[in-house]
Each structure stands twice: as C-alpha cells, then as structure tokens.
Write a new protein. Structure first.
Length: 338
C-alpha cells in the first residue's frame, strides 16, 4: 500500500472530520443535526481507514494521526467519556506495546550505542594513552590493575547513597534521550553515541590493564538492563524526532503532540526499570559476588525485560483484533447508512 496515495485519497474527509471535532469541542449538539449526522458518517469512514492503515501501513505517522482523530471523534459520536487506561493496565501491557511499536527505531538506537562502542574499543586498545584523556576522572581507575578477591569496599550506608546517585544519573541520561527528540533527534543521537564510546573506551582500558574480566564483573549485573533502558529512551527520542522532521501530511503540531504523549508514556514505564538498574549497581555490583554471579544477574534482568517486550507487547495485537472488529462493525454501519 502506498502511503502517499492512501493519504491523498482520504485527506479531504479527514480534514473535514477534524474541523467538525474541533468545532464541537465536548458538545456535539452545538453543530446542529445535519453536521452531527455528517460527523457520524465521516467518523465511520475514518475508522475503516484506520483499520486499513493498521494492516497495510504499520508504523507510519498516518496511523498515529488516525488513531488520535478517530478516538476524539468516537467520544463525540457515541457521547462517551474518553476511556482511560488504568495504571495496572499500562504497566502490564501498555508500556510494552509502546516499546514494541517501532522495532526499526529501537534497533537504530541500539546500533547508535553498539557500533561506537566496538569502534572505540578497538581504537582505545591501540592507543590507550590517548583514550584515557577522553574518559572522565570517575572512570579512569578502570585502567589500573586490580587485585582479585576483593569487593569494592563500600559499606551498606555508602551503597544506599551510591544507589541513589546512580539512579538519579541513569534517569537523567535516559530522560534526556527521550526529550532530545524535540531537537530533531540531535541531542538523542549525541547521548547514544557518547554512551557507546564511553563504554568501549573504558572496556578497552580495563582490558589493556589486565582487568577485563573485572570490568565485565562490575558492568554486567546492571549494565544489560541499564543499556536496554537507554536504548528505549533513544527510540522514543527518535520517534519524536520523526514527528519534528517528517510529520507527513498531518500538521507538525498534531504529529508532535501525538508522539510527545507516547514519549511520556515510554518515560514513565521505563523509570521503574532504571530504579532496578540503579539498585543493582548500588548494592549488587560493589558486593564482589564474582563474575559468574553478576553475569547471571545481569542476563536474567535483561531477559526479563525483553521477555516482557515480546510477551506483553504481543497483547496489543490481540486487543487490536477486537478493536478492529468493532471498527469493522462501524464501517458496515457506514455502508448501510450510505
């Protein structure tokens, strides 16, 4: 299906419906009988268009535009309050649907960290002296030899303070990646590239110093989940950037508003997982449990997160099928009315 042709064929009716919904606000009776009937007809046609777009144009901005338009019109046509997703429903399914919605952008965000990490690792391995100047002072100890058999020497009280500091930093970095989309994605891309380069350089310096396994031990427990969250933040930022740069035929303000709402949902859903990563980094990592234990913990946390993406994200398709069935009924009513 060609998105431009599809939009061109139905644009006039969508704009007419948008005008009627805007004029009605929350009171459709102010439109008059003829306009109310016209809005009902246009709503059902737009609902049928949405069903078609979801099947043939998944991930295109036109789908988000139609979802917003049909949702607003439906509340007026059926005189019902907007259906709000409960907090439990959001964290059980809604968040995971959002993460899974744009797999290509999610992959791009991951690559924007992974590729620089590999390149930086190779470069720092060949030029550790030059690479050490790129690393913040807090990470330079990674390039120093470490005696095995010792934890980090952090007390319980210090661990709590460290966990709080780490959680704040992780949330700040990820939320900046989310919000960076409003800069047409420039800030988001910079954050992803920087985190990838930092990871690669620090890993290379630790390996050069003979502490490669120790570096993995210190990173893996929290790092798998933390990097997953940053990738989701990057994906959300890139989604917002697409609305800024290429809103399609929808007004830029409408496209940005639709993606901004989804970005906020992704940020709220990711925050608890950043807390888990921060607690792991503050309490588990300094305890010196060893490489094997930390690897098991890190891989397990990552598996839980991405397992939920695959499992709970799929629930969207099941609920979407029921919603499309309702849309099909509405479309059939439109045919009968015509």
């Amino acid at each position: 299906m060609n998105v431009d042709r599809f939009t061109r064929e139905h644009e006039a009716e969508w704009e007419e419906l948008e005008q009627l919904v805007t004029a009605a606000k929350t009171r459709p009776e102010r439109l008059g009988a003829a306009s109310v009937r016209r809005m009902g007809t246009l709503y059902r046609r737009a609902a049928a268009d949405l069903a078609t777009a979801r099947r043939g144009l998944p991930g295109e901005p036109v789908v988000a535009r139609l979802e917003s338009l049909v949702g607003r019109a439906r509340n007026l046509v059926y005189d019902a309050d907007p259906r709000r997703e409960s907090i439990v429903q959001f964290f059980a399914t809604g968040y995971w649907r959002r993460v899974r919605e744009r797999p290509r952008l999610l992959l791009l965000a991951a690559l924007l960290m992974a590729v620089p990490a590999v390149l930086a690792f190779v470069w720092a391995g060949h030029d550790p002296g030059g690479a050490s100047g790129l690393v913040p002072s807090a990470f330079r100890s990674a390039g120093e030899p470490h005696r095995s058999g010792h934890n980090l020497g952090v007390s319980g009280g210090d661990s709590a303070a460290l966990a709080s500091q780490i959680m704040t930093n992780n949330i700040r970095v990820t939320l900046t990646a989310f919000a960076g989309g409003i800069t047409a994605g420039a800030a988001t891309v910079v954050i992803l590239l920087y985190n990838g380069v930092l990871l690669g350089v620090v890993g290379a310096l630790a390996t050069h110093a003979g502490s490669g396994s120790r570096f993995v031990e210190l990173v893996v427990a929290h790092g798998v989940l933390e990097l997953s969250c940053i990738a989701v933040g990057g994906m959300a930022g890139l989604r917002l950037a697409t609305a800024v740069v290429a809103p399609g035929r929808a007004p830029r303000s409408v496209a940005i508003a639709a993606e901004a709402r989804r970005t906020v949902e992704l940020a709220l859903g990711t925050a608890p997982w950043l807390v888990v990563a921060g607690l792991t980094e503050g309490f588990i990592t300094p305890a010196g449990y060893g490489l094997v234990t930390n690897t098991v913990i890190g891989v397990s946390l990552g598996a839980v997160f991405w397992g939920l993406v695959l499992w709970r994200g799929r629930a969207h398709r099941e609920r979407g099928a029921a919603h499309q069935a309702q849309i099909g009924v509405d479309a059939r009513l439109a045919e009968l009315a015509g």
